[in-house]
Design a binder for this molecule. Structure first.
Ligand code: NAD
Ligand code: MG
Length: 388
C-alpha cells in the first residue's frame, strides 16, 4: 500500500555490495522506505530482478556496453529504462525521489553526488571518492543535514559529534582493521597475490575497496573524506588500528573526553541511519553482546610498509588537484593488480609516480577535475605498460 509518509529512495550502484545491502534495509523497513529508482553499470540481470522485486518505476544502465542487453526487455512494463551519459543524473532529478544513495564505486560517483546536492535532496554518500576528488567543490553546496555519510567510520564520527560544538573537537581517531596484511614489512608485501588481497577479515565488499583495504589506501582516502566532511585538519585525523572492528571511530574533545561509536560490523547499520536520520529504526543486524568480546586491541599504522597511507597524507596536505590524481592513479593501479598486470606494492609505485609528475592546481571546476582525472589515468596506464 502507498502511504505518503514513506521516504522515496533511489539507489545508484544497486548491484554492488553497498547497493544490495541497501535493498535489504529497504525490504526490512518497507513501511518506511519505498525504492523508486535503481541504477547499475553492468549486471543488468540483477537490475531486472530487483526492478521486479521492488516494483521500481525507473532504472538506469550507466555502462554503454550494457544498454542493449536482451534481459532489459524483461523489465516490468511500468518501469522506465534510462540510458545515455546522464542517465544516473536523470534518476536524481526525478520528482518522486527524496533520498539518493550513491553506492557507485570510484570517481564516476562525483557527477552524481554533485547532481544530488544541486537538487537539494538528501545525499546518502557511500562513494567516498566523490569527496576525495571533489570535496572542495561539493562541501560548500551542502545544506545542513543534507549529506549523511554511509562510510561506517564517518557515520560513527557524525554521531559522536551530534549535539557537540565542532570547534571543541580536538581530534578524530579513525579506526582501521589493519587489513589482511597487518604486521607485514614492505618486503613481505612484495609477493602478495590478488587472491590474498581479496580475503578481507571483516567486511564483504566490492573488489576495489577490498584491495584498497589491503593497501590501506582506503584509510588514506577516508582521512581525506573526514577532512572535508568534518572540516578538520589532516593532522588531527589520526589512524588507529582496531583489529576487532568493533569501534567504528572516536572523537576526542578539548577537555580530553573521548566519544566512541561501537556496534556490529554490518554496513546495513550506517546505510539505514543515512535513511532514518534523525530517527533510529530497529536494527537490521544481530546485536553485539559485549560480554563475549574478549578484548579490544589498538595500535598505530605502519606508514612505511603501507605507503598508500603516506601518499594519501601527502595529497591531503598539498590539496588542490593532487587528491584527484591520487585517486585516479589508484583506480587504474588497483584494476591492473586485479588483472595481474602489476604487483601489490606496484600500486603505491604507480600512484607515487603519477603524483610526482602532476603540476598541482587549485580546484576551480568539475571540468578541470575531469581533465586531471583523465590525465592521471593515462599517466598510470603508461607507467603500467612500461614497467610491469
Ligand atoms: P561494488 O563494486 O560492489 O559495487 C559498485 C556499484 O557501482 C555496482 O552497482 C556497479 O554496477 C556500479 N558501478 C561500477 N562502475 C560504475 C560506473 N563507472 N558508473 C556508474 N556505476 C558504476 O562496490 P561497493 O563495495 O558496493 O562500494 C561502493 C562504494 O561504497 C565505493 O565508493 C566504496 O568505497 C564505498 N564503501 C563501500 C563499503 C563496503 O562495505 N562495500 C564500505 C564503505 C564505503
Ligand atoms: Mg570505511
Amino acid at each position: 500500500v502507498d502511504t505518503p509518509s514513506r521516504t522515496r529512495v533511489a539507489i545508484l550502484g544497486c548491484t554492488g555490495s553497498i547497493g544490495t545491502q541497501a535493498l535489504d534495509v529497504c525490504k526490512q523497513h518497507s513501511d518506511k522506505l519505498e525504492v523508486v529508482a535503481l541504477s547499475a553499470h553492468s549486471r543488468t540481470e540483477n537490475l531486472v530482478h530487483f526492478a521486479h522485486e521492488f516494483a521500481v518505476r525507473h532504472v538506469a544502465v550507466t555502462s554503454e556496453a550494457h544498454r542493449g542487453d536482451a534481459v532489459l526487455s524483461e523489465l516490468p512494463s511500468a518501469c522506465e529504462l534510462h540510458t545515455g551519459s546522464r542517465c544516473a543524473e536523470e534518476l536524481v532529478e526525478l520528482e518522486d525521489v527524496d533520498v539518493v544513495l550513491v553506492a557507485i564505486v570510484g570517481a564516476a560517483g562525483l557527477s552524481v553526488s554533485h547532481a544530488v546536492l544541486k537538487s537539494g535532496k538528501r545525499l546518502a554518500l557511500a562513494n567516498k571518492e566523490s569527496l576525495v576528488v571533489g570535496g572542495d567543490l561539493l562541501m560548500p553546496m551542502v545544506q545542513p543535514g543534507q549529506m549523511l555519510p554511509v562510510d561506517s567510520e564517518h557515520c560513527a564520527i557524525f554521531q559522536c559529534l551530534l549535539g557537540e560544538n565542532p570547534r571543541e573537537a580536538h581530534c578524530i581517531w579513525l579506526t582501521c582493521s589493519g587489513g589482511p596484511f597487518y604486521g607485514r614489512s614492505l618486503d613481505e608485501l612484495a609477493d602478495v597475490t590478488r587472491h590474498d588481497a581479496l580475503a578481507h577479515p571483516t567486511w564483504n565488499m566490492g573488489a576495489k575497496i577490498t584491495v584498497d583495504s589491503a593497501t590501506l589506501m582506503n584509510k588514506g582516502l577516508e582521512r581525506i573524506e573526514a577532512m572535508h566532511l568534518f572540516g578538520m585538519d589532516i593532522d588531527r585525523i589520526k589512524v588507529l588500528i582496531q583489529r576487532e572492528s568493533k569501534i567504528h571511530s572516536m572523537v576526542e574533545f578539548e577537555d580530553g573526553s573521548v566519544m566512541a561509536h561501537l556496534g556490529a560490523s554490518d554496513m546495513r547499520i550506517p546505510i539505514q541511519y543515512a535513511f532514518s536520520y534523525p530517527e533510529r529504526w530497529s536494527t537490521p543486524a544481530p546485536r553485539v553482546d559485549f560480554r563475549e568480546i574478549a578484548q579490544l586491541t589498538f595500535g598505530a599504522p605502519d606508514m612505511e610498509s603501507f605507503r598508500c597511507l603516506k601518499l594519501a597524507e601527502i595529497a591531503a596536505k598539498q590539496g588542490g588537484t593532487l587528491p584527484c590524481v591520487l585517486n585516479a592513479a589508484n583506480e587504474i593501479a588497483v584494476d591492473a593488480f586485479l588483472h595481474d598486470a602489476c604487483t601489490f606494492t606496484g600500486i603505491a609505485d604507480i600512484v607515487e609516480a603519477c603524483m610526482d609528475e602532476h603540476d598541482c592546481q587549485k580546484v576551480v571546476s568539475f571540468e578541470q577535475l575531469s581533465d586531471v582525472d583523465a590525465w592521471a589515468r593515462e599517466q598510470a596506464r603508461g607507467i603500467i605498460s612500461s614497467r610491469f
